[in-house]
Design a protein. Sequence first.
Lengths: 440, 460
Amino acid sequence: MPKALKSTVSVSELAGQLMALDDLLASCMRCGLCQAVCPVYGATMKEADVSRGKIALIENLAHEMIKDVEAVSQRLDRCILCGSCQSNCPSGVNTTDIFLRARQLMVAYKGLHPVKKIIFRFVLPHPGLMSFGTRAGSWFQGLFLRKVNEKTGTVEAPLLRPFVGRRHFQPLEGRSFSAKSGAIDTSAGASGIRVAFFPGCVPDKLFVRLADATMKVFEKHGVGVFMPDGLVCCGMPNLVSGDRNSFNRLVRTNLKRLGGGDFDYIVSPCATCVSGIKENWLRFREDFTPEEQRGIEKLQGKAIDITAFIADVLKANFTASEAKEGDTCKMVTYHDSCHLKKSLGVYAQPRAILDGLPGLRYAEMPEADRCCGSGGSFTLTQHDLADRIGRRKRDNIVSVKPDLVAVACPACMLQLMDMLSQNGDDIPVKHVVELYADSL
Amino acid sequence: MNANLVKEFVGILGKEYVLTEEADRQSYSYDAAVLAPRIPALVVAPGNQEQLGRTVKLAYENGLPITVRGSGTNLSGGVIPEPGDSLVILTNRLNRIIEINEPDLYAVVEPGVITSQFADAVSARGLFYPPDPGSQTVSTLGGNVALNAGGLRGLKYGVTKDYLMGIEFFDYNGELVKTGSRTVKCVTGYNLGGMMISSEGTLGVFSQLILKLVPPPKASKAMMAVYGDINKASETVAAIIAAHILPCTLEILDQKCLKYVEAHTKAGLPTEAAAILLIEVDGSHAQGVEEDADKVMSLCKKHGATEIRIARDAAEKNKIWEARRNALPALARARPTTVLEDATVPRSKIPAMVADINRIADKYKLEIGTFGHAGDGNLHPTILCDRRDKEEFRRVEEAVDEIFDTALKLQGTLSGEHGIGMAKAKWMEKETNRATINFSKNLRRALDPKYLFNAGKKII
């Protein structure tokens, strides 16, 4: 990453700012148990890649024992922010807080990558532009894409290799969900529940079928839906890159759009969006006005992932009527998304849904809750590392010989599709809500 | 460090496995002990036996102090490198399980294999590797041998030394020394494996281990006994062993631990109790296990337990063990710094030791929670503090010294399983005598004439 041309902060000043994290840093007792669960360390086995090593480096920088900011920053960027270490930490070290805040200080010191700057400041805040890009992309993609796997429907883009690498992905489905549907405002039906629908960027633009499936669930269960025009990204890509200002702007826009609505829950098929609203909007609410803070707190209490909504709120009846044997019954396994299990504590619900669906037999894969290496923007900036981590997930999936693999996070879906397709495995990747909606 | 020498290491190991950048080297400057970090000049990660041998030879010839590091979980500063032109050798790429021999009940492994991954692999083959140190999910088997790691099962199943059948290591010339065998009995030559146990990286560099495996127990039963008086809990421990019952687990938690664990987990623990015992008996026959469990229960009652909770199934057993598993996390969350000691006393001295620890806590105005392996006298007094508060940390250091003093007075030992490292080296003579230190120094000088293998640790 290029150094900022006009860094207004000196290393000593940066060190002083990092000292604000001292109480958080001091809680790490260097036991090293994070090595057992850290996906990046699992791939490289380098101490600087595990949370203990990163915390030591931040502490050393804060105490000016090291002055090479770029070297520390590079190492801090090698973290998916999956939260595995935090959920396994005996001392309860708040690693997410530490790493998010440290990255913000680093960005303030050295500036944001120019490509990120354009995306965060000009693309993400403009949903119309993104929807147009999706549509335009869907017209022309045929020129670039080559099918690589009939069964999983994945493609690669040999001509675009400098931009997308050798990734296998799914072609754009056409118009974005929000462009198709426009604003939605329906009243509660049989369930008596009304929700705000926050589709998230990937279900809105790329996996439009997930947004459609979620809507079908709402419809079949008599749930009223409020989806205002102009919802923007939840801000997580900005936050993990240390760009607090553009994060704040996105949150503020979303607060305004959602502010007028009357709803019991805010539901998304994207675990990262839900954990963004539930944890990170709240975590950084200090930058907002008292009124906005009240809005954030209200949404925090209402945010729920679609699988938890189906299982815990709708209390859908999952008992499949038919016997789960024979050739027609497909075997499904499930990958725990980090933001779903480790941030939101949702892991029983998706399994209960899968277990109850007709025609599916559930099998647990080894290390089901080990990070797949996606982490949203991590896979864009650290592709080789994401690949190495993903191969372990691929091996675990394949080891149970499933007919399909289910997840409940669009970012994990992208990674799993890529990993399986690269290896020539004919295992389709499905979101739990797709499978559930199909059964309705 | 001399650039040509670095090039020679790169020649042996490849560029990727020779770490020279400051930020990388800084991340190998500490372990889990509360001690100041020291930055090595070079860090290398050999990927096979041959590379390891050549690395040791090159480093020794050039007079580099060598510290071998597994996962860096040491609690006594044992893998904090020497300052200056020093070398850290990482074992984590030497992580192959070479053989698990079911008929002959042994396994051959490289030193960087993770303890619990090995135990799982062994278990998948229907066998059992019992040593289970608290750091087992990350600790390495090489580190376990170098520290003679124990764990919860020590009372019945022993510790790492009871499972080391043979070992291969590189001497200071980079020559491979082989000792022990794949047989149950072996009296060929000196018992060099015994010498390598708890040598803390000071005598040679391990390259391969032969470990004993045992058949797993087929039945087990777990329970929790609650006491209003910690002495009664200790009497129960002595009575259980006097009755010739060897529980596989026999753990104690004192009142302060209970208070913190309950505050942290809200699991419904008896916070009014002075102590609890967690007991598990196991064996190859369900009936025998039941009989042992009944006997243990009546001994608990007889010696003043106010309540006994029996686990009827795996879920209930899990609930009981949760208290033990949460002891350290709960204490660690109370204050920023956790100083975890492992002074060990003869079993019968546990009440005296616990009373003294509480007296020391009062004297130095510190919070100390105590839990540990009551069955083998290995206690973990855990001091809750903030290393940034210099005045408080001085009191911590004085308290630690007094805890050691007390353990020695009670005919105990400085360290049951965490090692001597840098933290306790100055105490060695007090536990032993001058002649022992001199003998150990002579031994060390013969095997490490330039004093480069983990200098400044263990025997100084």
